[in-house]
Design a protein around this ligand. Sequence first.
Ligand code: ATP
Length: 203
Amino acid sequence: SDFVVGLTGGIGSGKSTVGDLLVAAGAALVDTDAIAHELTAPGGAALPELVAAFGPQIADERGALDRAAMRRLAFADPVAKAKLEGILHPLIRQLAAERCRLASTPYVVLAVPLLVESGNYRQRCDRVLAVDCPESRQIERVMARNGMAENEVKAIMAAQATRQQRLAAADDVVFNDGGLAALSPQVAELHQKYLRLSAEKAK
Ligand code: ATP
């Protein structure tokens, strides 16, 4: 596919929900979070480099990245964090680009949680779609889904772009404050728009 819609939003805003609706409408989805998991699963393509950089204790007994150990290390040591990202991010970008190219749908949705924060994906997106909702709603959803405490959710949100930054970077916005009944028509309309825009680009 030659038309890429970058999908982004803060934690718990509803990115996955919107991505699923677009897939149901006929789009392909490439999810950078899912790719990161694949790359660090047992036998994942990032493991050899990660073990070379951080030592064998960074892998668990199945040969997958020990996420808890890696998180601790990255949290405590900015140099380790940069090294981790230097290994992982180029691999994620490369695989994501390949899968976008291979998709045979009229357009592809590229889900990137930190699209606004990282300049790297924006330039390859034809449109940026942000999922927006009040912060109180994000907190409520993530607490319910992950059993996290309010201050834990807030700490994650504090490290992400603000609503204003995301809205400023977006070409399109879905407002996901209500239930699915309010969300679906917005997504259906965007799907039609992306079919139109991708057809125009292909001319
Ligand atoms: P994360 O960044 O944490 O992965 P996300 O932005 O992908 O989150 P979702 O997983 O889509 O967000 O939504 C967060 C939670 O809120 C989920 O449990 C989802 O089912 C619920 N949710 C999101 N939008 C709606 C909606 N419109 N109606 C009902 N539930 C919703």
